[in-house]
Design a protein around this ligand. Structure first.
Ligand SMILES: *Cc1c(COP(=O)(O)O)cnc(C)c1O
Length: 424
């Protein structure tokens, strides 16, 4: 028998051996220490916004400081009611046929509502990652843009839902990875290539925002197209919660594409693709050829109803009240524990730890009644491990103070008091 061929992969854009080889060991360790694979009941959806207790089966009670529902809208009575109401109104949960053939008006209703909120055209998707999966290949081939195949520049820190698309985009055009927010790198590419598309997070999952103003200059000078995933700042940031990019980017036309998940601070399900200035024909191409954007009806009616209710809350002063509560908790945290993110409006803080100590520290914090997530390579770059803390509007002052006390016990740096301010 002739020898059969074994395959040597090129690994130009991804490498599961590396990813799983290193990452899985940490996950196993997290799980052995009771910090992953948890199944926890909420004491009640409504109560979580005020008390925030969760339970694991042995009865251990904890406050979740690792939940991205920054405004606690996911358990808001109006959001719950909105989901139930839409189910009754439409009488169907899912209507499984490609939307480009036949659709019920549910998702259109949500797209109209979100479009009004953003002052833009909105296409919904079942998830931000699904939207990215649909859109980036269309950008790569020039079908979403001005027809010229762009050089695709992926930011080194782009969320995995975007960087996963590198091999797919590379089949349509050329793909490169830039250092984090490296404007010189991007400008250099703009000088060399007829068209460039830059792919990055609008708000990073470990704090910090994209340089939207500087990028806008490149957009004006070279026609650069920027694809922002602004999932982390929707609802939590800006007037009516429109997020960081749409609050600050001076370029809101076809050169800026924003994708946001509705699963985080918005408190429901799905995602919104926020577009300006695209022709109807291009929108049809997105709908028809955007991969999973056209596989089925996408958002079920409960998600649509919940989304409509959350969008309504975004139009009322209640949103500002919730944002203010969130900011107050962030400020309280910053007054007690120092991190690199201190002073930012961003709801995530990373308390640095070494790869060796991070799990043990997380376990001690959990035993004290708080859940924070240990993060480590490959979730974050090597040597940047730590405990990731997420603030929410509904956490009480007592809870925030309690957490900060434990964090300093396990090695967090206490806040440096401002000059003239007595240490608290
Ligand atoms: C959480 C997150 C996602 C995932 O959103 P889904 O809607 O669940 O796919 C995508 N991008 C970024 C930047 C995120 O933080």
């Amino acid at each position: 028998m002739t020898e059969r061929i074994s395959i040597t992969p090129t690994h130009r854009y991804r490498n599961n051996d590396k990813l799983i080889g290193i990452g899985n060991e940490f996950w196993d360790m997290s799980e052995r220490n009771g910090l992953a694979g948890l199944v926890a009941d909420l004491d009640s959806g409504v109560l979580r916004t005020t008390a925030g207790h969760e339970f694991v089966p042995d009865g251990h009670e904890f406050i979740n400081f690792s939940c991205c529902s920054y405004l606690d809208l996911d358990s808001h009575p109006k959001v719950i009611e909105g989901g139930l109401d839409a189910m009754r109104r439409y009488g169907v949960l899912d209507h499984c046929i490609a939307r480009s053939r036949v659709q019920i008006p549910a998702m259109l209703e949500l797209e109209d509502s979100l479009g009004e909120l953003f002052g833009a055209h909105v296409v919904c998707s079942i998830a931000a990652s699904t939207a990215t999966f649909g859109l980036l290949p269309l950008i790569a081939s020039g079908h979403l843009g001005n027809g010229t195949r762009p050089l695709m520049v992926f930011d080194k820190n782009a969320h995995i839902s975007m960087s996963n698309l590198k091999p797919v985009c590379a089949d349509e055009t050329e793909v490169v990875t830039s250092p984090h927010h490296d404007l010189d790198f991007i400008e250099d590419a703009c000088r060399k290539y007829a068209r460039v598309a830059y792919v990055c997070d609008g708000s990073d999952s470990l704090g910090g925002y994209a340089p939207v103003k500087e990028l806008a200059e490149l957009q004006d000078k070279y026609g650069l197209l920027v694809y922002y995933d602004d999932s982390h700042s929707l609802s939590a940031y800006g007037e009516r919660g429109v997020g960081y990019v749409r609050t600050h980017s001076p370029v809101l036309d076809e050169r800026t594409i924003v994708v946001v998940t509705l699963n985080k601070a918005f408190g429901t399900s799905g995602a919104a693709i926020v577009l300006d200035g695209y022709e109807k024909e291009t929108l049809r191409v997105i709908e028809r050829f955007g991969g999973a954007l056209n596989y089925s009806q996408l958002l079920n009616t409960a998600a649509v109803g919940a989304g409509l209710a959350s969008a309504e809350i975004h139009r009322t002063p209640e949103l500002t009240t919730l944002q203010d509560r969130l900011y107050r908790n962030i400020e309280l945290f910053d007054s007690l524990v120092h991190t690199e993110q201190t002073g930012s409006t961003y709801p995530i803080r990373l308390v640095p730890m070494s790869d060796e100590t991070v799990i043990e520290a997380g376990r001690r914090v959990f035993e004290a009644g708080f859940y924070v997530s240990p993060v480590f390579f490959p979730i974050v770059a090597r040597g940047t491990a730590g405990l990731r803390v997420m603030m929410r509007a509904g956490q009480t002052e007592e809870q925030v103070r309690g957490l900060c006390a434990v964090l300093t016990e396990v090695g967090a740096s206490p806040a440096i008091p401002a000059p003239g301010e007595a240490a608290r």
